[in-house]
Design a binder for this molecule. Structure first.
Ligand code: ATR
Length: 288
């Protein structure tokens, strides 16, 4: 029931497209009689500054931030979490009586998925990341913040991966960080030792589900955890290949759900059971 004490949460971006966040958060709010509401706020770039001023003025409690504002929002905040600052992207804002703090729960969501669903400890492991866009940026800082031993960044455009690895090296000078192109000869020497492979590219995403994985599948092995951040479909060509190689594998659904769970915890202190969201998505057939 909405009343005079109801606190407002929401999602800002443009376009908001097929976001499932309002469905998920409002489900939890209803099921647990929490006095919140989660609203979609599609905001055009010209109105962005006014909108943020307005959120402060009406004391909105929390916001998720999506494309194209994850970087753009940073100058409007009062504080930023150190890891979100390293990624230079914020997907969650909490408003403490007018003080806006930015977080990146894509990072915490990914770490939780790997630990809880992959039953995998990231510390001191060797990690390979494929792709060098925003998702790779968050994934790299995520594993580095957990104390990995080595990171290999493999990307089609090597100028992009070189730039990213340089940044990571600056933040984590003690870690061995390498970058390579997509030519299999460049990574065949080290992929055998990789414990965790995270593919951050959109390759294999619906509707182009038959496109082969970026990494040559013959190099996958049973001693690695394979994470494909794509969740639509849940079984991508990479996940199929990981299965064939006997590797433990995870798609991006867990990261999507845990980033929302982590955001909700920051705003409300309430811990959502991931299965309640999985069941809801199944019942609503949102994952078909
Ligand atoms: P996001 O912000 O979601 O990570 P992005 O910034 O578009 O998305 O980055 C996608 C990454 O996937 C890029 O690194 C891209 O490679 P380039 O840097 O060479 O553009 C990579 N990528 C996309 N399509 C690819 C493909 N067909 N083969 C290999 N890499 C691909």
């Amino acid at each position: 029931m909405i009343d005079v004490n109801t606190k407002i949460l929401g999602l800002i971006g443009d376009p908001l497209g097929h976001s499932i966040s309002p469905l998920l958060h409002n489900h939890t709010i209803r099921e647990n009689n929490l006095n919140y509401v989660y609203l979609p706020f599609p905001i055009k770039a010209d109105n962005f500054a006014d909108a943020l001023k307005g959120f402060r003025a009406i004391n909105v409690r929390g916001l998720n931030v999506t494309i194209p504002y994850k970087e753009k929002v940073i100058p409007y905040l009062d504080k930023i979490d150190p890891l979100a600052e390293k990624i230079a992207a914020v997907n969650t804002i909490v408003n403490d009586d007018g003080l806006l703090t930015g977080y990146n729960t894509d990072l915490t969501g990914l770490i939780r998925m790997i630990k809880e669903e992959g039953d995998f400890q990231i510390k001191e492991k060797k990690v390979m990341i494929v792709g060098a866009g925003g998702a790779a940026r968050a994934s790299g800082i995520a594993v580095l913040s957990e104390g990995v031993d080595q990171v290999y960044l493999v990307n089609r455009t090597t100028s992009k991966s070189a730039k990213l690895t340089k940044e990571w090296q600056m933040y984590y000078p003690g870690v061995k960080i390498y970058n390579a192109g997509l030519d299999a000869e460049l990574y065949q020497d080290f992929i055998g030792d990789i414990d965790l492979l995270i593919d951050t590219t959109p390759v294999g995403m619906s509707p182009n589900i038959d496109v082969p994985p970026v990494i040559k599948v013959e190099y996958l092995h049973s001693n690695m955890l394979v994470v494909d951040l794509v969740y639509n479909p849940q079984e991508t060509s990479l996940i199929k290949a990981a299965k064939d190689a006997g590797a433990v594998h995870l798609n991006g659904l867990g990261m999507l759900l845990y980033q929302g769970i982590e955001s909700f915890k920051i705003w409300t202190g309430f811990e959502i059971d991931v299965n309640s969201w999985k069941n809801l998505l199944e019942a609503e057939r949102k994952l078909d």
